[in-house]
Each structure stands twice: as C-alpha cells, then as structure tokens.
Write a protein that binds this ligand. Sequence first.
Ligand code: ASN
Length: 633
Amino acid sequence: MHSPNTASEEVCSDSIIDGKEDTLQNSVRSETTLKNSSSLHKIKGDGYSKVLVLYTGGTIGMLRTESGVYAPETSIMEKRIKLYPQLHDTTAAEDYAIEHPEKNFMILPDTGETARVLYVIREYVPLLDSSNMTMDDWIRIAMDIKESYEQYNGFVVLHGTDTMAYTASALSFMLENLGKTVVITGSQIPLYEARSDGRDNLMNALIVAGNYVIPEVTILFNNKLFRGNRTSKISTSNLDAFNSPNLPPLAKMGIGIHVEWRNVYRPSSIEKFNVHSLLNRNVGLLRLFPSITVEVVRAFLSPPIEGVVLQTYGAGNGPSQRRDLFDEFKRAFRRGVIIVNCTQCSLGQVDPSYETGSALMDVGVVPGSDMTPEAALTKLSYVLSKKEWSLQTKRTMMEANLRGELTVHKDAKFEDLDVITAVVKTLNLSSAEEVDALRDAISPAILCSIVSEGNLEKLEIMRQFGAYLSACDYDYKTPLHIACSDGNLKIVEYLLKHGASIHMRDREHRTPLMNAVVNDHHEVIKLIVKAGGYLNLPSLTIGEMLCSYAKQGDLTRLESLRLAGADLNDPDCTNRTCLHYAAEMNLEEVVSYLLKHNVCKSAQDLYGRTACDIAKVLEHDSLVKLLQLENAD
Ligand code: ASN
C-alpha cells in the first residue's frame, strides 16, 4: 500500500491558479518505502518541513555535577547539538539563512526522506528531571503546541524517561482532534556523552515529526515509535527502555522507516484541533496485594478522591471473598467515585470471565480493558475534568476508546472479504505476509473506486472489514481527496468521522481542501474547514489567486476561496486587490460581492490608486457610484 505519506500543509506554500498547483517551497511528502534521490533534497527549492522542539529536561540534556550526579544543564543544548553533523548541517543552515535571514533554524542533514527538517529548540525554564514534573507541566506543553500548531509540521518533546509515559498519555487526551505528529523522546545517556542514545533518538524523532503525518502523541525510543498512551518504561538501564505490550510499535527504524499505517489512530469527529487544558488532580492508583487492609482501602477512597485506577490481579480479578473491601468499593461508587479496573499484568486485558472479576463490576467498578496504568490514570484525570459530561457519561468514556488507548473489540479481518479470499486462492498465496502484501496493494484502488462511485454502503463494509480509509493510490490520492473533488458531502462526512486526514497531499501537493476549492464544492469546503482544514498559503499566493479569479469574473471560485479561509483583501505583487481588478474589468457583480464582504475600498496599488480611481480613469461610471456610495472605510 502506498503509505498515507506525510504532507503537512502549514509550512507548505503552494500557488494554485486556474486549478494548477505549483509548489513554491516547503512541501513535504514521504513514503515509508520510498528511497529518495538526493536531488529532491536540495536546500534551495522544495522540500522543507518545520518542527518545533520543546525541551523540558531529562537525562538527554544532563551533565554530571561536581558531586557526581546527573542534573539538567541550562542553555547548552543548542550549542552542543550544532557540533553533531548527524543533527545539524552547518552548510545547509548557512545557505538557508542567506535566503531567510529572519529565521534561525537548525537543519538535519539529508536523511533520505523527502523533506529536509528545519527545527527550533525552545528550552523550558527550569529544565526538569521528569520525576519533578506535574500536571502543570503537561498543560504547559499542550498549550505550547496549541500556540504554535499552525506554524510547524510536527512537534518533538524532549523529556525525561521516568515519567514520559504519563506525559505522553496525558497529552494524548488533552490534544483533542490532533492532526499532526507529536513525538516525545529522551535518552538513557546524556546527549553530550560518547555512547549517548540521545542523538539517534532525537534524529529519528525529528525525521518522523517532520516527514510523517501520524496524528498521535507518540514515544520514540531505541528505533521504535510507540503510541504514547500504550507505552510504559520497562527498564532503568537498557537503551530499549520502553515497551507497548498490547500494541505493536507504530513504526520501526531499520534501514528504512516502516510505518504500520493501519494501526495509526485518527480522530473520528469533525472538529478542529483543540487543547483541553483542565485536569482533575483527585485521582490515584491503588495496587491490590494479598491481605491489603480495609483501612488502607478506605483511606485511599476517602474524599477528595474522585477517580481511582484499581490495579487488580490477572485478567482483572479482585478478592471477591473480602466483603469488607467490596463494601468500601460500593460506598465509593455511591459517592460518585469512578473506579477503573486495570490489570497488574503488563500484557493482556481485563476480562470479566472469572467470578472474581465480574464481582468487581457488580459493585460498579468500570472495566479498563488493556489500558496501561499511566493511560488509565491520566484518562481519569481528563475525563473527570470534563464539566459538560454527566457522571454516567464519564463512566462510559472510561470504557470507551478515546485515543487508541484501549482495545474495545476486534474487527473482522479484511482478509475475510470474499474478493480477497478469492484472489488469495487464485494466486495460491499461503503466507500471512503474502496476503498482507496483496491486501495492501489492492485496497487503496478498491477504496478509491468505491468513493468515486459514491457508494457509502460498500465503504462501510470495507471499513468493517478493517480497510484503512486513508490509504493512498499511486498518485498519493486518498479517498478524501477523491470525495472532495467529486463534492460528495456524505462521503466526505463519513470519511472525516472515521479518521481520514485532512493534511494529506497528493502527487501535486494538493490537500483535500484544495481539491474542493478548485472544484467549487462549497458545502464540502465548509465541512473541511470545520474539521480544521486551512489553506495556509502565503498571503501573496492567495492574493495572486484572488486577483486572477476576480479579473475573470469567477465569483464562484472567489466564494470557494473565501469559504476556505482566504482573506479577500490579500493583494497581488502590484499591491492590487481583487477589488482593483473587478473595477478595472467593469465587473459590477464582483464589485458588489466584494463590498458585501467588506473588502477595503481605500487600499492603494503600487501607483497609489484605489479601485475607485481606476474606475474613474476608465469611466466605469456605475462602478464609481457604487464605490463612492459606500465609501466609508
Ligand atoms: N531521571 C531522568 C528523568 O526522567 C531519567 C532519564 O531521563 N533517563 O528525567
């Protein structure tokens, strides 16, 4: 399958005139298996991607103090990184700085990916060992991502390993409808030491954040990319310090980068990216052990506690013969405390098939499936802080899959689809790898044809069989691109609700939103914008487009651009706005439309002329009247 390759649009500047797109700079596209020729990576021209690195602390940036212990060292990270050619290409940075003197980026060397990664490190004050981090630090990281969301293609958070899984889990819930890649990483050995794992971790994190649209909060460690809320720290000393026992890594870094796209979680509601910055701190983790006293449990469940992750034995079993404990659970339930049942085992899930497990459900304990303790705790904190949800909704949410943090049920296998089975038989395929390869090869084509047919029922069947709805065809077009070109509102809505990415770019660097714009599907444009889509082209490019369509009297296209977020006041390179051109061409309808949308009448072109001045010179009398009539800018 062609990977749902990266393509973040924000820093990409495309000019699209008369339906043609032309990448000016900064476009990003990559594919898991694509080996890129170095010509694609010339610093001058296409192919930049911008990543914001939030450096919060951790071993990665520590030095040994005089007393021989590790502590974070301020203000040296950037200087030191510049000394490692693996992390910073000095020549490329100098070249870039000549063309963009206003910005001071670090640049990764050419790593064989399509985009050259430009990055900025924002160092936190104070830098923290992650054992000292609190929920306030999670909120700070989330708010920083929010503030810079549109300026960067992806985000890297440098963090200590000790509480990294908590931060990753918390952020996964707080960053609602995330459409971009967030990678958290750190190291076991400081970056400045000879054997550090930090340099590889940082480089891989930058490559992933800058080249792949994996709209999740992830942890990158030791050449593996994990879903953050499925991950726990498992070793104090191994470089392989993290694991995600109930979900295979989302990507592995070997000779190439292999992304398991079908496992990538995608937001399933049509909402824009948003940060939920409230957290409830009255939560806790209670680990059962044989002979735990009722006093301990009672004290733990007492106010102000509002949510507890109960770490039980095996498949979610508790001591059902301990009436004293169960009475405490019941009392807490009646007081409105949410107790979530999670297993002490790292592998497997809570399953009420034992009497000892179902007894807990009987006293109101919510089954937590296969959530890690870190995910369950931070989810409780997030869910409990949702003022708009009733207590019952909060309980339901704890059981539901919000960000891929738990397994709800296994979908039927895509291989079970008749057509696949038939092809498998005909081709005499035997191994699982062969069947996978076949499915990957044909599913994008099947999906795209179903979408262009507009067949919602078939699409739903494909989804139920586990088809990956953001798979691209050989032009890197996703089903969403096709539905947007066709203007099929129902299919667009369906795809968005099932996690299709609005940030993907096709071979011509066009996003689904642009497809809707150049085909004038206004309702689709509105929906994509509602889901967080935006043009994000330089205002000059937008100005050129607007002026060109105004000159042609193409009101429909002007409206498409306006709905997509274009500012009708953006001028072209002669400083004329579309109002100047509409006045010049004597297009009364266009002028009225622009005035209705409050386009500035006093804007002057390079020669100091307003639209009204032009209309006067050309004796377009009725336009002069129109422009003077409402002359109240
Ligand atoms: N104590 C360190 C921290 O969590 C451990 C590390 O980063 N490897 O900040």
